[in-house]
Design a protein around this ligand. Sequence first.
Ligand SMILES: C[S@@+](CC[C@H](N)C(=O)[O-])C[C@H]1O[C@@H](n2cnc3c(N)ncnc32)[C@H](O)[C@@H]1O
Length: 330
Amino acid sequence: MPDLPRLRQVITGFQASAAVHVAAQLGLSDLLVDGPRTVGDLAGSTATDEDTLGRLLHALSTIGVYDERPDGTYANTDLGEGLRSDVPGSLRPLARTVGAPPHWAAWAHLGHSVRTGENAFEALHGLDVWTHRLHHPEENEIFNANMASLTSVVAAAVAAAYDFRDMTRVVDVGGGQGALLAAVLDRYPHVTGTVFDLPQAVAAGPPREELAPRWSAVSGSFFEEVPEADAYLVKSILHDWPDDRCVDILRTLRRGLRDQGVVLLVEMVLGRPGHERAAAFSDLNMLVMPGGRERTETEFAALFAAAGLELTRVVETDSPMAVVEGRAAD
Ligand SMILES: C[S@@+](CC[C@H](N)C(=O)[O-])C[C@H]1O[C@@H](n2cnc3c(N)ncnc32)[C@H](O)[C@@H]1O
């Protein structure tokens, strides 16, 4: 017999995603920080319809996001706590990102990508995700917050797994809010760092004031020029782009690399035991949203080779991501 109940859950997964998105938009978990509240109270705080908000909370309680109490109040569960804005690695920005109408509509266009191989977002909206975010500051802000939050969880694991002892100058390429750079600077007090990104994404300053003397920010495009470095941190960048554009980025980095320097791709890497589901669905997200893909180690090696670099090793981290190290081939 086919496992129809499980299949039904898989098929209707989008409903849970939509409901969590609305909860995150309304900030319900933040409103429950001090303890359980009634639906009427929450409706007042969120300017929502009381009956409908109650239906949303009830549905979310059946999947463990909130706890529906016998007295009719609701409280955060462990899952609900993860949607608070103030918890480390908060998934509230992720929930806000995935349910935003342009993102949702692009995923509804997945079949187009599968039929044609084209990027769904651009086919549907007529422009790429980066240009779209440039024109939609609120979405841009949520996306940047989402990357910073997701990266904060991985960053310490990368800084712990890779040895930066011999580096003095590190550039976080497409580094956004610089969460990864901050983790490296925290662990290696002799290192000076630059976060490099588009003007609409680059961090205004370091996440912690004590890093300011060793921190700088530069805006620009990695298709043109990047500041020189002993190590380029390149987290979740190549997966945004098709192969030819990745080679262009890597060539830019090759030009800026100091002697004995390294290019450190921080990516999910397809084929690593225990992480395949996350990597495979991220691969579809890259297809639909920015028009990139997740890759195997062999595929990364080919990209490096095309840009005058060679893949020297893959360093595992205590996170879903690995560090793919490249050095100048000559
Ligand atoms: C998926 S995010 C990764 C951000 C960060 N590395 C992290 O992992 O948290 C991709 C980043 O690439 C940046 N980006 C896109 N096009 C760029 C370009 N042409 N030059 C520099 N950065 C770019 C985006 O602004 C964004 O911050």
